[in-house]
Design a protein around this ligand. Structure first.
Ligand SMILES: O=C(O)CCC(=O)C(=O)O
Ligand SMILES: [Fe+2]
Length: 277
């Protein structure tokens, strides 16, 4: 069977058919998926029903995997992070964010699997940083080119929400010590395609370093609102077993918080990337 790609919006997103992710990837298939990720920025695979080990192995085909400092993972498969509304307060994902930009080498991408879904609600949106960048005027793009921004994990992960047991508190304090705020360019160049993308997000970006605090607040508010325009996004309505694979270098995403108290469980594998330039 050959792969087919159905594009979802002009900005980003495609559904991939003709592949069974529970089977080991051939080099050819891996290359096709890699190429498609560059072309579409987020790929969706319907109802794959893969195990945690198969999810890990699929993701590991694209790079080394990251283990999240704060979120729980599966004991026997620590590379799989668990997003379970019965275990954690997940409201920090209902904000536009790019995953783990609070480290020097933020993820290349993530592979997310839907394990338990509410009857309706709980959609996820992705937005394209390249489309958002292209939507700015040349003069504003020029202003942003020289600028850098600070990314800080405590913005989305405040102590008040993650220090509820002595072990969680100790883990949080360790992370805070080992993960000081980092600096990334406001406009990033994709390491493989050379495309320019807006690279700030409401989740972790606290400050544009070269501006005064007042200017920084105003410009970030403008950029967050601009990036979140529906024209730059795609919205995914999950079905059980669906898999999403996104390029985390040039996109951000938002998990819609509209289904509580229904129970929702997602599993994520996170692929490490390189230092943004
Ligand atoms: O729960 C979701 O749909 C997405 C959560 C999220 O932000 C992530 O997996 O990185
Ligand atoms: Fe995320």
């Amino acid at each position: 069977m050959s792969l087919t790609f159905t594009r979802l919006t002009p900005a980003l997103g495609a559904i991939v058919e003709g592949i069974d992710l529970s089977r080991p990837l051939s080099d050819g298939l891996r290359q096709s998926i890699s190429d498609a990720l560059l072309a579409h920025q987020v790929l969706f695979f319907r109802q794959q029903h893969i195990s945690a080990e198969q999810q890990r192995d699929f993701a590991a085909g694209f790079g080394d995997l990251h283990i999240h400092p704060i979120y729980p993972n599966i004991d026997t498969v620590p590379q799989i992070m668990v997003l379970d509304t019965a275990r954690n307060d997940l409201r920090d994902n209902a904000i536009w964010h790019t995953d783990v930009t609070f480290i020097q080498t933020p993820p290349l991408g993530s592979v997310l699997v839907a394990r338990k879904l509410p009857e309706y609600g709980g959609d996820t949106l992705w937005a394209s940083g390249t489309a958002a960048y292209a939507g700015l005027s040349p003069s504003f793009q020029q202003l942003l080119h020289g600028l850098t921004a600070t990314h800080d994990f405590t913005k989305s992960f405040p102590l008040s929400r993650f220090g509820n047991t002595p072990e969680a508190l100790a883990r949080y304090e360790d992370t805070r010590r080992s993960t000081p705020p980092v600096v990334h360019p406001v406009i990033r160049t994709h390491p493989e395609t050379g495309q320019k993308a807006l690279f700030v997000s409401d989740g972790f970006t606290t400050r544009i370093n070269e501006l005064t605090p007042t200017e920084s607040d105003a410009v970030l508010a403008l950029l967050f609102a601009h990036f979140a325009k529906p024209e730059y996004s795609v919205r995914w309505r999950w079905q059980d077993g669906d898999v999403a694979f996104w390029d985390n270098r040039i996109t951000q995403h938002y998990a819609v918080d509209d289904y509580r108290p229904a129970h929702r469980i997602m599993h994520r594998a996170t692929i490490l990337g390189d230092r943004p330039v």
